[in-house]
Design a protein around this ligand. Sequence first.
Ligand SMILES: C=CC1=C(C)c2cc3[nH]c(cc4nc(cc5[nH]c(cc1n2)c(C)c5CCC(=O)O)C(CCC(=O)O)=C4C)c(C)c3C=C
Ligand SMILES: [Fe+2]
Length: 473
Amino acid sequence: MEHGVLGSRCAAGAGQISTTNSMAATSCGKRTSTSVASSPKHDVKSLQLAANGSSRLANTSPVLKKQRNFSVRSSSAHVVTTFDDAKGVSSSVVEEKIGVLLLNLGGPETLDDVQPFLFNLFADPDIIRLPRLFRFLQRPLAKLISTFRAPKSKEGYASIGGGSPLRKITDEQANALKIALEKKNLHANIYVGMRYWYPFTEEAIDQIKKDKITKLVVLPLYPQYSISTSGSSIRVLRNIVKEDSYFAGLPISIIESWYQRDGYVKSMADLIEKELSAFSNPEEVMIFFSAHGVPLTYVEDAGDPYKDQMEDCIALIMGELRSRGILNSHTLAYQSRVGPVQWLKPYTDEVLVELGKKGVKSLLAVPVSFVSEHIETLEEIDMEYKELALESGIENWGRVPALGCTSSFISDLADAVVEALPTASALVNRKPDDTDSDLDLMHYLTKLFFGSMLAFILLLSPRLISAFRNTML
Ligand SMILES: C=CC1=C(C)c2cc3[nH]c(cc4nc(cc5[nH]c(cc1n2)c(C)c5CCC(=O)O)C(CCC(=O)O)=C4C)c(C)c3C=C
Ligand SMILES: [Fe+2]
């Protein structure tokens, strides 16, 4: 059950998004739509019918009359009609332009991009969390580690066609989301902001400002929150917002995690159910959830909710499957660890070997921390882990594709955006999440010690030194 680099899940509506730096969607203002600022789950359609001008408002339902503010959109100009008990109805013309910023990791598009992409990744203080005193080592360390890792990473990217499919898939998801939102009568510009490669989050932010967006929903394309993924992208966003008066005043709503949404859970269950049916004895198949790992210290010291959210997510998906009468056994393991530190356990490769030893014969791998195909599904799971599983005695192997542009999933993301709009508010006055890595003194000193050891080992490695020299030449 192999999957191509770009499954057909992302073919919807190509060409609908005009991309400046591959991210800005055109504003479609032909139809009349409404947005309501005060109800979390508003029925856009019913309001649209009622809100074609203030003269008709007198005849609308009591529910609508109670609504304090709503805007009526015609082209890009909006008449915001405000009800005031004392003074009656007053109107003013304002621009309302909704933006949705999709945050993702980004990936190298060519083999030459691999080392600089890895440099950006390891230069992120949310990926290599050095104590404040040691932050001056961040970039030299990133240079060393990226240079050291690049050959192995390049092999991986070469084996999936010479680059990451992430940008293409994310653009397709953006396109599909735009269409799904339009079906719900919400016209929005969709922007893609990648953390470590093009189009960078900073480029998307520039475009949002140029387009004079008046309300922004931020949607990281990671179902579960981790300091290392959504957290890192949101930190970049917050830093920009702090420095820029336009963003400081922009109402923003951030959807930090969405694995618990019904639409996501059901879409995952649909995919699993479908792939199970491809086995000759579906009921004997073990469902093997494989999530991207994070270093253990993220969870134990820095309070990353990733592990809890992942376990909760698996319980929800399994609950949905059970409610459909699918009673297969399941397990969760963590993949893609990098470097010498401990990561979340159990490790995918070790569990595969154990399951083989225990006599498990059929296994369905489910990538669960990401919604696009990428190197860790296409190379790590489909090639490395499949080979290991077959060598370990597992005879029947299957893999659930990533959600991509599955319509029920995209439609649910669109619902999440619509539901998030009323909570948009200026970010600057909100208390930022505490993601500082400095804990108590003991932790600090331990980190200092291990940080120095790591730097010392890396600097003394002859292979690294020569690799480093070569790239500097
Ligand atoms: C939920 C998803 C992810 C988490 C959590 C995450 C944490 C994390 N990752 C690294 C190191 C690397 N990640 C790499 C690629 C990569 N990571 C994710 C997702 C999560 N990472 C994705 C989707 C991708 C693939 C992008 C693509 O190009 O297709 C890489 C590069 C590839 C490689 O060399 O293996 C590295 C390195 C760390 C250290 C970390 C947590 C601290
Ligand atoms: Fe990663």
